[in-house]
Design a protein around this ligand. Structure first.
Ligand code: ATP
Length: 273
């Protein structure tokens, strides 16, 4: 899918973006709105998410960042009062239609949460849990996937001799990388990260940031972060949300250096939020 994301999606950017190369998109979000009961949380979002890039979602508390990212894997539907309109195209298919199987989506889109949430099982069992559900039982295959996933999450060297220990005995940073490894085991296309480092110390945070940078070679990553330095460090594109709207969406270096909208400028310079 080719998309001219910035021309279409960035209110107020005008001709400044015409020199930007069209990128392949993994998601094309089209006039997407969401309500919790009567309260509208997202307003006609148009946003294309590029393949094999890191896209950061920033904005003040309550602006709809988590709601948006949870719409991308339809997790938001777990809230009974949710209503949605518009389209979320994932590889040319609208995931919001009744016929789109949410189980299929979950095998293509992994998610990492704010607080590391390993199962109270061994490191090994954490990785193979989803695979077993999908009927993969052969020990040799599982062993290979465990090693590959832990290597992919830059955790193998630290835990290769502790595979049978309870994952809850790992440090917070190791637990978060284990959750990333658990994601990688299902071989998704996309990894959604909802403030993945906000519960981590600075050393663990920088390990996860380095990891994100490596992972984007093979995965499309969407990361919600409160930390603007983090967004500037690790993302290729940034969307600034405010009151459920996308105010500005652009290449990260441009958005942070030359924001077009005054509200973006005020936010990134710390005048509010
Ligand atoms: N389950 C829910 N039921 C009703 N309203 C909700 C629910 N979850 C979120 N909201 C509301 O939707 C709006 C967007 O919330 P959301 O959690 O997506 O924002 P956020 O930008 O991720 O905030 P934060 O940075 O504080 O996590 C808020 O007004 C919030 O109160």
């Amino acid at each position: 899918m080719q998309s001219l994301a910035l021309e279409k999606n960035t209110p107020g950017l005008g001709e400044m973006n015409y020199d930007i190369e069209p990128e392949k998109s993994i998601y094309a979000v089209d006039d997407f709105s969401l309500w919790y009961g009567d309260k509208q949380a997202l307003h006609t979002i148009n946003l294309d998410i590029p393949v094999n890039r890191v896209t950061a979602i920033i904005g003040p508390s309550g602006c709809g960042k988590s709601t948006f990212i949870k719409a991308l894997n339809r997790m938001v539907e777990l809230v009974p009062s949710v209503k949605m309109s518009g389209k979320i195209m994932y590889k040319d298919e609208n995931i919001l239609t009744a016929k789109y199987k949410v189980e299929d989506l979950r095998t293509k889109v992994g998610m990492v949460f704010q607080n590391p949430n390993p199962f109270p099982k061994s490191v090994y069992e954490n990785i193979v849990f989803g695979l077993k559900i999908h009927g993969i039982k052969k020990r040799q295959i599982l062993d290979e996937i465990v090693e590959k996933s832990l290597k992919g999450a830059a955790l193998w060297d630290e835990v290769k001799d502790r595979l049978n220990e309870n994952a809850l005995g790992l440090s917070g940073g190791q637990q978060q990388r284990l959750c990333i490894a658990r994601c990688l085991a299902i071989e998704p296309d996309v990894i959604l990260m909802d403030e993945p480092t906000s519960a981590l110390d600075p050393v663990s945070t920088s390990k996860v940031e380095e990891l994100v940078d490596t992972l984007k070679q093979n995965y499309s990553i969407v990361i919600v972060t409160h930390n603007m330095q983090q967004a500037a460090r690790i993302s290729d594109k940034t969307a600034f949300f405010l009151n459920g709207e996308v105010i500005e969406y652009d290449n990260t270096d441009k958005l942070f250096s030359y924001p077009v909208d005054k509200r973006t400028e005020d936010y990134i310079t710390g005048r509010f939020g």
